[in-house]
Design a protein around this ligand. Sequence first.
Ligand code: GLC
Length: 441
Amino acid sequence: MRRYFFLGCLIISGFVTNAQTKITPESIKDKMQWFADAKLGIFIHEGIYAVNGIDESWSFYNKKVGYADYMKQLAGFTLKNYNPTQWADLISESGACYAVITTKHHDGVAMYDTKMNALSSVKATPAKKDLIKPFFEELRKRNIKCGAYFSLIDWSHPDYPGFMKDSNRYAVQNDYERWAKFQHFFQGQIKEVSTMFNPDLWWFDGDWEHSAEEWQSEKVRNIILAKNPKAIINGRLQGYGDYATPEQNFPVTRPSYNWWELCMTTNDNWGFHHDNNWKTPYEVISIFVDAVANGGNLLLDMGPREDGTIPDEQVNVMKELGAWNKRNGEAIFNTIGGIPQGYFYGSSTLSKDSTTLYLFVHAKVPGTLMLKGLFNKIQDITVLGTEKKLSHKIVGKISWSYVPGLVYIDVPEGVQDKYITVLKLKLEGPVKLYKGKGGFD
Ligand code: GLC
């Protein structure tokens, strides 16, 4: 099992970059392959909001606290127990193949040594540290891809129009020169992040406050790709990104995007917060499985404390997720989304050649499962993480009809995973499904 687990990340390392590469749909497909195979990413929101454990940036924007009080947190941001090796070890243990960290949130406090202004963890906090560089170094040692979250919005910048809800500094259409100063500023920071850290993935946020023309999204995309043509850009750049990012909302049916990623918190907040509404390991794993079965990834968030330590509950979820991945990762990493709902009342994935079908059986319930409309013969059924082989019965196959019978699989006591059990069905040939109405069509 372990072999499959680590294969996930190894396969995605080692792209050759080529500054001449033209972005055509084919080359996009090629550069997206590691992302499609990765399935699990870890999001990290670290910033001064962790000092008081309040909403990241939004707390002053929404007037829950005054701006001056919010900024007082600068003085309490120490990162004194920051251990990027431990962070990277934990991420690796979870099974994640990429991580995305806040280089700057909407509050404008850069977590690296920006030269564009003095508002950074290095120059404006007692931490005096760059959060990003040592973290990316540790990730890269483990073949984990490095993602930079970057907020386009910068509510602290004097030339940014938005400040707090109901109070803007100015309107772009009334003062293009002032907006041009901000464009120079934020694009300068993007160039810095690009040269200093060379992210594999850019995770923009806050594009909703301005149009593609105002952000100069195409130019921003080109700045990034000029440095790293293989860089992946999330879908928050007003139409100039590569993949969709549903946030905290779970698609019910399979999204039609080529690539998508559900970003989700482990409690109800992105940054460290006084919030004990933790999702259980079972809940996180079932959401993860659901995303992968529907062709997507999960970007699971952690919010470390201001000193850089990670709350125990988050550590626990990551470890349990990792242990589950070690047992069942074969059904997750390097697979493709499963068969449509209706054939099996649960989540499923397929091997890339579609000859192996993985069925996810929720909770610990033993019993009989039913599979409908499968033309293929089943060669073999095993329970991942065990040596157990299961038998099956074909019910209702009529000799004169081409319509497939129903497959009943008995899941006995004692083979269940602690969280979600995976059945591996080896099929004769690539999966072929019946799409008719029961023989009358
Ligand atoms: C948002 C929020 C933000 C959070 C992000 C994560 O859109 O503005 O606070 O960092 O989503 O997905």
